[in-house]
Design a protein around this ligand. Structure first.
Ligand SMILES: [Fe+2]
Length: 371
């Protein structure tokens, strides 16, 4: 059944579905409105008349046919397509890469999603599982990678594309005394507190990955903390502190021989539905706070509360990565760190590379499409 009103029509699908005329006209699928090959919109939305409406409309053979009152344009919509895009009582979801975050703390320690390097290289179904684990947990370990320089970069290219930053495209972290890269605390033997990499970018790299070419020194266990989990705890314990950290820009800066990047963004970036979208945290890259007299103490109070949750043992996993192991994190959510180590007990050399989460989600869609 089809009912026409002033601005919208209603069709009885499994239940009543209302579609605005401007929405229908904007989404006409004909070859004049959508390019048949690229699937991009050709119709220029702002040229749709303000009083757009059907001159006539009917349901026929599982299609909705509309003759518009502008330019004698005709549109045909399949009922299946309308049902899949029914926005009447909920937002429709048409993205095959959408997952759901599983928040975690210390209990994940013995259950961190772990994969074999060979399986990931040889079987796209396993690669799909890895991409989905990275999407949903934001943390994964890969065992048994070849002990060859550049392997992490080749792995990134196998998944998607490398995200370049002001670090070298393939970044070395070595602990052989005398070979330190002076611009980064990672290249010392000190403990590295859990942090996200490069919050100094307006768009930080979405995936940080590293590969141990050698890890023979004592100590240096890896740590990881789910930023979304600690943010949720902060929201429950102190909603004002959560609000402060979602509204206060924090200045981060990082430089290398190739560049000098700084930006100001809240530690908790929320999306339009007020859900946490990007978690930024790096004690070592934060610059002196530059806030009003009224705001400074509230910021520091909230910031320290968050920091204490980040370091709480119940929120942290700690594990040993060995020669040939790789680790990947969703760097927009999960912090990584390491304990101090003793370089006199053996070599430690890892290589880093980055990707963007968009590219991981892209790979999920591509593999699903191919299946
Ligand atoms: Fe890092």
């Amino acid at each position: 059944m089809l009912t026409l009103a002033k601005n919208a029509l209603t069709i009885e699908l499994d239940k009543a579905a209302t579609f605005h005329y401007v929405w229908l006209r904007d989404n006409c699928p004909c070859a004049k409105c959508v390019h048949p090959d690229t699937k991009e919109r050709i119709l220029v939305t702002h040229t749709i008349a303000d009083d757009i409406a059907p001159e006539s409309a009917e349901l026929r053979d599982n299609e909705l046919l509309v003759n518009w009152n502008q330019a004698q344009h005709q549109s045909r919509y399949s009922i299946d397509w309308l049902a899949a895009h029914n926005y009447s009582d909920h937002a429709f979801e048409s993205d095959s890469a959408i997952g759901s975050s599983v928040l975690w703390g210390k209990e994940l320690q013995d259950h961190i999603p772990t994969f074999s390097y060979q399986d990931l290289r040889n079987d796209d179904l396993v690669l799909l599982e890895w991409c989905e684990a990275l999407r949903d947990y934001g943390l994964s370990i890969i065992r048994g990678a070849p002990l060859e320089e550049g392997e992490i970069e080749r792995f990134a290219e196998h998944v998607a594309v490398v995200r370049e930053t002001i670090y070298d495209r393939l970044h070395n972290v070595r602990a052989t005394p005398g070979e330190y890269n002076a611009y980064n605390v990672a290249s010392t033997t000190l403990e590295l507190k859990p942090h996200t990499d490069m919050p100094n970018y307006n768009n930080p790299p979405g995936v940080q990955m590293f590969h141990f070419l050698v890890n023979e020194s004592e100590g240096g266990h890896s740590t990881a903390v789910d930023g979304f989990n600690v943010a949720k705890q902060l929201l429950e314990q102190d909603p004002d502190a959560y609000r402060v950290l979602s509204q206060t820009p924090v200045h981060f800066k990082m430089f290398s021989a190739r560049g000098d990047i700084e930006s100001r963004n809240p530690l908790l970036t929320l999306d339009t539905d007020q859900r946490l979208k990007v978690f930024r945290y790096s004690n070592q890259l934060a610059q002196p706070a530059n806030l009003s007299i009224d705001d400074m103490e509230a910021f520091y109070s909230a910031y320290r509360k968050l920091g204490r949750l980040v370091e709480a043992p119940e929120n942290m996993v700690e594990f040993r990565l060995n020669t040939g192991d790789m680790m990947a994190t969703n760097n927009l959510r999960v912090m990584h760190g390491r304990k101090a180590f003793d370089p006199s007990t053996g070599d430690r050399h890892l290589q880093l590379s980055y990707m963007d989460m968009d590219d991981v989600l892209s790979r999920i869609r591509m593999i699903r499409k191919a299946l």
